[in-house]
Design a protein around this ligand. Structure first.
Ligand code: AMP
Length: 254
């Protein structure tokens, strides 16, 4: 059975009354519209911990584009079915007022790695991500929290934030789950037009090719992608592109 918890107060009550203090809690934060990529984080958490908490919260402070926030897919019914199927113990499903009693007066800012790659193209995005993840980790108090390598910059920033603030949590990376044609799974993929969905796998295919970053950029632009960046750092190639109204990100270890 998956129990839905709506407030911080209710979660604190559960930790105390159900005696979760001595249990290992695994935590998977998400924005919902769950797919097999999320499911692989969830399965790993269920396997490795006594209890698993999944959160679904579309965090407004990390959206730099209001249309992106408005159009973000919401599929609560099927999300909840997937959590039940995977024996997730708790769904944390808070509202803005629960997570932001300060109305976002306090925030976490990282000043180096968050300023490049996606950070250079999405102003304040990582402030929103780091702030909400810090809040969620403080609320849930997990032993382990799971993050996908699809968002490798996000995973790295969260891992380093936890070190910087001495959080007692293990940050566990999970490999990117892909469609059969190589496209990295993403909640936003459902927003692609039929035609764009057909060309999307070209992005991941080029990222792992032997071509240079600038050759890949040119080739993507020639094929109708608008490129934010293609950049290799320490043997990992990162990319972000727009196809129509949809922004796709991906990265591969070379
Ligand atoms: P989101 O709901 O997009 O915020 O993602 C929630 C978590 O799932 C993040 O840690 C993501 O990195 C992870 N995730 C999303 N898509 C994938 C994927 N295709 N493979 C692995 N992890 C993913």
């Amino acid at each position: 059975m998956t129990e839905i918890i709506n407030t911080v107060h209710d979660w604190r009550k559960i930790i105390n009354t159900e005696n979760l203090i001595n249990k290992n809690i695994g935590f998977v934060p998400t924005m919902g519209a769950l797919h097999s990529g999320h499911e692989s984080l969830i399965k790993k958490s269920v396997l490795e911990n006594d209890k698993t908490v999944v959160s679904i919260y579309v965090n407004p402070t990390q959206f730099n584009d209001p249309d992106d926030l408005k159009n973000y897919p919401k599929t609560f019914e099927s999300d909840f079915e997937m959590l039940k199927k995977n024996n997730v113990d708790y769904l944390f499903f808070p509202k803005y007022g629960d997570l932001y009693p300060d109305n976002y007066a306090y925030k976490v800012t990282e000043s180096n790695f968050s300023k490049i790659l996606c950070g250079a193209h999405r102003p304040n995005h990582f402030d929103g991500v780091l702030t909400v993840v810090l809040k969620l980790l403080n609320i849930i108090s997990p032993k382990r929290a799971y993050f996908g390598e699809k968002d490798f910059q996000q995973y790295t920033l969260i891992k380093e934030m936890c070190k910087a603030f001495f959080l007692d949590v293990e940050i566990i990376p999970v490999s990117t789950v892909r469609e059969n044609d190589g496209l990295a799974m993403s909640s936003r993929n459902t927003l692609l037009t039929e035609e764009d969905r057909k060309s999307a796998p070209f992005f991941s295919k080029l990222l792992k090719s032997l071509k240079s970053d600038s050759e890949i950029t040119v080739e993507l632009e020639e094929n109708g992608f608008k490129v934010d960046y293609i950049q290799t750092i320490s043997g990992r190639r990162f990319g972000a592109v727009h196809l129509g109204k949809v922004r796709l990100i991906d990265n591969v270890q070379l």
